[in-house]
Write a protein that binds this ligand. Structure first.
Ligand code: ZN
Length: 97
C-alpha cells in the first residue's frame, strides 16, 4: 500500500485545475500515463471517468475496460499525482507558466 501524500479530493481538485490549462492549450502530456500523445484539439481526447480532466485515447480505452471490471486505476498511481508529490505538477506553480 502506497503511503498517501494527497487525498483523492486533492488530486481531483488539481486535475480539474489542470483541465482548465488543457482547454487553454496545454496538451503536452496525458495526466494519467504521462505520455505525450494528447490530440491537439482538447475535445478530441477522452474525458476521464475518474476525474474531471482529459486523458489520452489509450488511457480512455483502458479506463473503460477497468471500469467494466470494477477496478479503476487509483488516482495515486496517475502520472500527475507523481508530479504533485515532486511539486512539479503544472498546477503547483501556475504563475510560472
Ligand atoms: Zn494516457
Amino acid at each position: 500500500m502506497k503511503n498517501r501524500v494527497f487525498s483523492d479530493d486533492e488530486i481531483k481538485a488539481a486535475l480539474a485545475e489542470f483541465k482548465k490549462m488543457q482547454i487553454d492549450g496545454d496538451l503536452s502530456f496525458c495526466p494519467r500515463c504521462g505520455e505525450k500523445r494528447m490530440r491537439s484539439v482538447v475535445t478530441h481526447n477522452c474525458l476521464s471517468r475518474q476525474a474531471d480532466v482529459y486523458v489520452c485515447e489509450v488511457c480512455g480505452a483502458e479506463e473503460a475496460i477497468y471500469a467494466m471490471k470494477g477496478c479503476p486505476l487509483p488516482l495515486d498511481y496517475w502520472h500527475y499525482t507523481g508530479l504533485m508529490e515532486m511539486r512539479q505538477a503544472p498546477t503547483d506553480n501556475p504563475a510560472a507558466k
